[in-house]
Ligand binder design. Structure first.
Ligand code: TEU
Ligand code: CA
Length: 573
């Protein structure tokens, strides 16, 4: 539609630099590797890239612990490589978004080294330092009972200056103090302007609703010790100065006409989300809400659940919630996504990965669902070829993510020699761990390199052995592959963008626990999308009026009976 900003119709491909493509056979992905695959991405039909943190970092949290915003993690390459990537993407009409991690830095960042050096260092208050409390026995206690996202307290004792510092994530990720204007200015200049001047088109903004903390740091009501994290979560998101900070940040972005997509967890109140993404509020262009990706995860802690522990109506409600941001009347916008670097593979979570045929068919059905959702569409590396989770044969030692390892270690200590209990904990990681999204991209069928790195070179993280049957090389020329089905879906999304990108989402037959059906509507045009989320045949929901079938993910459909994992898109007259 004319006058629509580019990012509304964009199809953004998320790249995890460590695992996308290694160009110099050191087993680690790099920027030159990404450049070597721009043609592949152009043919796929994506027109924007989101590059996960490639900045200098000790890699405690895979680059979400930044030690220098203006330099690259050496194995990934150089700033000049980034300038080349931006230029070569722009030549192809592709936009480039970087990841903006500014709730915290690495503890190796120069700012933190100064801040921790002494209580009267000028940068002391650039981070959040608090004195200890002492209990009735005179025992030193942290300022409050909040738990970190990666286990343990959010407060780390610093013996040198005899105070605690706050870290909502790892000990090695101290939170920046956004209350101090000088700190905010430094963040904008150091982390944003440097790259905006190099032509990046915007940012995916990490934990965007955590910058304004409640200055009194109240204790969380403890439901049970392991879960006080989420119990505290509502205490440290959407704080009192969020609107002010985001307006200030937006003023910098607007100078470069740059787009912002904020990561917005733990925000069940749609009105609060709308405030962040309403155009007139000038805060963010859109947010990633967690409603869809939280389906099947624990309420108190994401891993406090068991595999496949959800109903289809929960997924429908979650999609409806985030789609609610896109409607002709409202000036807000949504991001449509089902995968990213923090989420396990959607075929294994919401489809069926028990056989190759079912993984392919349910992968295509999920492509139909994703490509027909309103808002800006995000595709995560490997989703387009139907990647599935790491096999059950992988032991915990093959899980490298600190969230997985620290969660498992705490469980191991708690379970003692109750092997059965520990196996239950591990089964949840086998289903939901972030590692499933972080194994190297599957370019070819050969192990151990899979075409990700040099012939026979072992990658930094073991390749998913399913690469033998799920890889780009095998699919690129196979008209029936998941890859080619995604290409068709992205083309369909472009051809019917008014309906599929901007249309209003309306659920059909909500209570049906097998079939997910919805209608998209705009200016009298209507499409019907049906997805049979189960292993058995289901009835096609009845709708009035003539239907013209636009695409289907199975051969030989039986009119009003849907095969297992069958998806269809109809134009409704
Ligand atoms: O993730 C933030 C994040 O996932 C938490 O806010 C979430 O609520 C919690 O993990 C429970 O699901 C971002 C990055 O995407 C992630 O990779 C980083 O580890 C994290 O921030 C710290 O930078
Ligand atoms: Ca490399």
């Amino acid at each position: 539609e004319k006058g629509t900003p580019w990012w509304k119709d964009a199809i953004v491909y998320q790249i995890y630099p460590a695992s996308f493509k290694d160009s110099n056979s050191d087993g680690i992905g790099d920027i030159l590797g990404i450049i070597s695959k721009l043609d592949y991405l152009e043919v796929l039909g994506v027109n924007a890239l989101w590059i996960c943190p490639m900045y200098a970092s000790p890699q405690v949290d895979m680059g979400y612990d930044i030690s220098d915003y203006q330099n690259l993690h050496a194995p990934y390459g150089t700033v000049a490589d980034m300038e080349a990537l931006i230029e070569k993407a722009h030549i192809r009409g592709m936009k480039v978004l970087l990841d903006l991690v500014i709730n915290h830095t690495s503890n190796q960042h120069a700012w933190f080294k100064e801040s921790r050096s002494s209580k009267d260092n000028p940068k002391r208050n650039w981070y959040i330092w608090k004195p200890a409390k002492y209990d009735k026995d005179g025992q030193r206690q942290p300022p409050n009972n909040w738990r970190s996202n990666f286990e343990g307290s959010v407060w780390e004792w610093d013996g040198h200056t005899q105070e605690y510092y706050l870290h909502l994530f790892a000990v090695e990720q101290p939170d920046l103090n956004w209350e101090v204007e000088e700190t905010r200015r430094a963040i904008y200049n150091e982390a944003m302007v440097f790259w905006l001047e190099k032509g990046v088109d915007g940012f995916r903004i990490d934990t965007v609703n955590m910058y304004s903390k409640p200055t009194d740091y109240p204790d969380a009501e403890i439901t049970d010790m392991g879960t006080v994290l989420q119990g505290a979560g509502h205490l440290y998101v959407n704080g009192p100065r969020m609107d002010e900070f985001l307006n200030e940040m937006n003023a910098v972005l607007s100078r470069y006409n740059a787009v912002s997509v904020g990561e917005c967890p733990l925000t069940p109140d749609l009105a609060r989300v709308k405030k962040y993404v309403s155009a007139k509020e000038k805060q963010l262009d859109m947010v990633f809400q967690f409603d869809v990706v939280d389906v099947g995860q624990g309420k108190s802690h994401r891993y406090h659940t068991k595999p496949h522990n959800y109903k289809l109506t929960e997924l429908k409600r979650a999609v409806l919630f985030s789609q609610g941001l896109v409607s002709p009347e409202s000036d807000s916008w949504a991001a449509a996504f089902m995968e990213n670097h923090d989420q396990a593979r959607s075929i294994s979570r919401f489809g069926n990965d028990t056989t190759p045929a079912l993984a392919i068919r349910s992968g295509k059905m999920l492509a139909i669902l994703n490509a027909c959702l309103s808002g800006t569409l995000f595709v995560y590396q490997g989703q387009e070829i139907g990647c599935v989770n790491l096999p059950k044969s992988f032991p915990i030692e093959d899980y490298q993510d600190l969230e997985s390892r620290r969660y498992y270690n705490v469980a191991e200590a708690r379970c003692g020699n109750d092997k059965e209990e520990l196996a239950k904990v591990f089964s949840v990681l086998q289903y939901l761990a972030r590692d499933h999204a972080r194994s190297p991209m599957q370019w070819e069928s050969t192990l151990p390199d899979g075409g990700f790195t040099g012939e026979g070179v072992k990658p930094w993280m073991k390749l998913n052995p399913f690469t033998t049957t799920i890889n780009v090389k095998q699919q690129i020329h196979d008209p029936d592959s998941v890859l080619n089905f995604w290409k068709q879906m992205l083309r369909l999304r472009k051809n019917y963008s008014a309906l599929l990108v901007h249309g209003e989402f309306k659920l059909v037959d909500f209570d049906n626990e097998h079939v997910f059906s919805f209608v998209k509507e705009l200016k009298g045009q209507k499409a019907l999308i049906v997805c049979n989320f189960c292993d058995r045949e289901s009835k096609l929901p009845s709708v009035t009026g003539k239907k013209q079938l636009l695409i289907i993910n199975t051969e030989g459909s039986k009119n009003d009976v849907l095969n297992a994992w069958e998806g269809r898109v109809y134009l409704l007259e």
